[in-house]
Ligand binder design. Sequence first.
Ligand code: ARG
Length: 263
Amino acid sequence: MKKALVLALTLILAISLLSGCGQKGKTLADIQKAGKLVVATSPDFPPFEELQSDGEVVGIEVEIMKIICERLGVEMELAQVDFESVLPGVKSGKYDIGMSGISVTEKRKKNALFTDPYCLAAQSIVVTEGSEITSKADLEGKTVSVQTGTTAEQFCMDNGYTVNAFAANSDAELALTTGKVDAWVIDDLTAAEMVAAYNAEHEDQLVILDEAMTTEPYAFAFMKGSDELVGEINKIVNELIADGTVAALFEEYGAPYTAPTNN
Ligand code: ARG
């Protein structure tokens, strides 16, 4: 009888652990004990995080995260992954925090806990010069490239466009420049950076349409239940917004800054 009970309890424990019910999120003490913050990032998103040829990941979010880690007294450990793996990895506890120009959405809030946002962004349409697409309305019936798992993908699917999704942002760009799609939808500031870099080296120019679609706050993502840790990080994030550090970083990276509303 006793054996059966032990077996039943073990089984319940195993099932709850496997299904994630046993996870409570991390505390500041957990992070400080580990001495590091494991940061999941998809470094194909300038000016927020970009992998340089020397192997270093640089960008506005990297700078912000360095300050956060410094203030928490821990090391920053970057884990480079495809964007679509960032939020699932944070949810499962594989990574402590997601840093990837992540837009806060109601859907994502069901699976992750977000810090207060530090900026606002929007989706942009990129086309090749001379394209017949000149506004969002022209995208109807067209094929559009996006990065997998992004709000751009969601936006295009919601609008009924034919979507070609790529794990890497550079491949979404390549699909446009090689004529496999009619347009590329991507966050505005990253569009500006990537298009400028492309146009500097190519004769067939890319064009960003002057129509910002959506308003998306960017924030960092944590496993649900990490409320105390997120509270501590929110203090730092809001301080960095209030004292002008975030705006200065945008300026340093040559990007226009739009502050978030109601933090
Ligand atoms: N802001 C968009 C989103 O949250 C795109 C983010 C893409 N990030 C990246 N590091 N590639 O879906």
